[in-house]
Design a protein around this ligand. Structure first.
Ligand code: TGC
Ligand code: FAD
Length: 407
């Protein structure tokens, strides 16, 4: 059957249930990666094609989290790949971490969310700020997916401005008593542990590990989301929760604790969003070669070529940005503002590419037969969480001018 003879039903059938993704690499960026990087990237891509792609649309439509994927995510090394082997983690560099996030988000941003929260926002703070006892108790189980975690920073009245948080604890013997609430927390509904940021009696922000089952700790699920539907989001509610002092991170105090973790997660998102952009581009390119209007494939029309040429240009620039940022991360030189630039740019280009790709598929673009609308809706969360698009602009503005425009 020639491509030009495909009708709508055949076009759907040609794509349905198949993940025939081919990554754009216009500048030969693979040449900048090591053999190990490519091996890791390709094995995660194979897993996504085999395990994630065939089921993700249904889970998103049903607004359900695919719990059965947790084991596979752990096996491909998605949980804490950048942390040391001695705690059961991957011992890989930040480039490998980024590539893993790229491939998972190529499948779905919500599943990448689960992985980045687990690795960067739960395991990383335990590794970076935790006691040896905390590391030994939690890290191996989190790496293997036996235990899942979430990260509680945002509150109903304090999103972009976490310094204003009101969740707090008071000391009581060997324990502390925690009160307050966190909102918009990824993985909350099923997490076994929560890394929670709360103020002590002096008003200093501290990190504390809250465990499911502690009396007064509940995690109601947030429903009716149009975005990240395959990710479980919820609240963390603390009603006089008694937590042993041994669950507090002893050394770190202040907002730099959670913000240090966000550096790692935002870095992962800058690669992840690129994955979503690649999937939208590849889908639109493939579709445009098959879809015939006015007697020829729409890929032959200048207006469609403009969209594709601009998409691949933005993807290539974004690839170079994260490749360089990965090297800076590996050398311990990446600054928060550099990470903000990559997160902000790559999510923006991904959203723009998703919107353009959706148009290229015409009416078919709004259906679940293709991944584009799901990526687009997901990216509306990605552009908001881990610092909104505008907050990252203000971080960059602060860096280049020295003037703080937050308040
Ligand atoms: P500011 O006075 O600027 O800083 C307070 C202290 O923090 C230090 N700091 C950082 N440290 C490490 N990394 C960074 N990126 C840092 N940025 C700042 C700073 O040096 C200072 O340290 P010290 O020792 O002097 O006390 O703080 P501010 O109150 O003015 O706020 C700054 C601002 C607005 C940039 C920050 O609060 C911010 O980034 N807001 C956005 C909030 C955010 O990103 N929330 C994310 C919640 S988690 C999430 O969304 C997970 S989604 C998960 C998923 O599903 O993938
Ligand atoms: P607000 O802070 O109320 O911002 C509203 C608007 O005002 C934004 O456009 C913002 O850019 C703008 N604005 C705010 N301040 C300024 C300013 N100074 N100058 C100019 N404009 C400004 N949080 C967690 O802690 N853990 C999680 O796991 C987590 N997961 C999430 C999952 C999802 C699906 C979503 C949607 C959010 C999640 N979040 C999580 C919360 C997320 O980090 C916040 O939504 C985000 O930081 C923005 O906070 P807000 O929603 O309260 O918006």
């Amino acid at each position: 059957m020639s491509a030009s003879s495909l009708n709508v039903e055949e076009l759907k059938a040609a794509h349905q249930g198949k993940d025939r993704f081919e990554m754009p690499d216009f500048y030969g960026i693979d040449d900048l990666l090591s053999e190990e990087h490519i091996l890791i990237r390709n094995s995660v891509r194979d897993w996504v094609k085999r395990e994630l792609s065939p089921v993700i649309e249904n889970y998103a439509q049903e607004a359900a989290f695919p719990h059965h994927l947790i084991k596979g995510l752990a096996e491909i090394g998605a949980f804490g790949p950048q942390l040391p082997v001695e705690y059961g983690c991957g011992g890989l560099d930040y480039t490998a971490y980024g590539l893993i996030m790229q491939e998972i988000e190529r499948g779905d941003s919500g599943i990448r969310s689960t992985a980045s929260v687990q690795g960067s926002l739960v395991m990383y703070p335990i590794f970076k700020f935790g006691t040896e006892e905390q590391k030994r108790k939690f890290l191996p189980k989190l790496a293997s997916g036996e235990m899942m975690g979430c990260f509680g920073l945002t509150e109903p009245d304090h999103g972009s401005n976490p310094a204003g948080m009101t969740t707090h604890f008071v000391e009581d013997g060997d324990d502390v008593i925690l009160n307050g609430a966190k909102m918009w927390i990824s993985n909350a509904p099923f997490a076994d542990v929560a890394v929670v940021w709360a103020k002590n009696e002096e008003g200093k922000i501290k990190g504390i590990i809250v465990e499911r089952g502690m009396e007064g700790f509940t995690t109601p699920e947030t429903h009716n989301k149009w975005s990240l539907r395959a990710s479980a989001t919820g609240e963390l509610v603390f009603d006089n929760v008694r937590v042993p002092k041994s669950n507090i991170f002893p050394e770190v105090s202040g907002l730099k604790g959670p913000l240090t973790c966000l550096n790692s997660a935002r870095y992962g998102i800058s690669w992840g969003a690129l994955g979503a952009a690649m999937d939208c581009y590849d889908t639109a390119l493939c579709y445009s070669k098959q879809r015939v209007q006015f007697g020829r494939p729409i890929a032959g029309f200048q207006l469609q070529q403009k969209k594709l040429a601009e998409m691949v240009t933005e993807i290539t620039k974004a690839q170079l940005l994260v490749w360089r940022l990965g090297n800076l991360m590996n050398e311990g030189k990446a600054t928060p503002a550099q990470i903000s630039m990559a997160k902000r740019n790559n999510v923006e280009i991904a959203l723009n590419i998703a919107r353009e790709a959706r148009q290229m598929l015409g009416g078919m673009g709004i259906t679940g037969e293709f991944p584009i609308m799901r990526h687009m809706a997901n990216l509306e969360s990605v552009v908001t969480y881990e610092g909104t698009h505008d907050i990252h602009l203000l971080i960059l503005g602060h860096e280049v001018t020295g003037e703080n425009a937050f308040f």
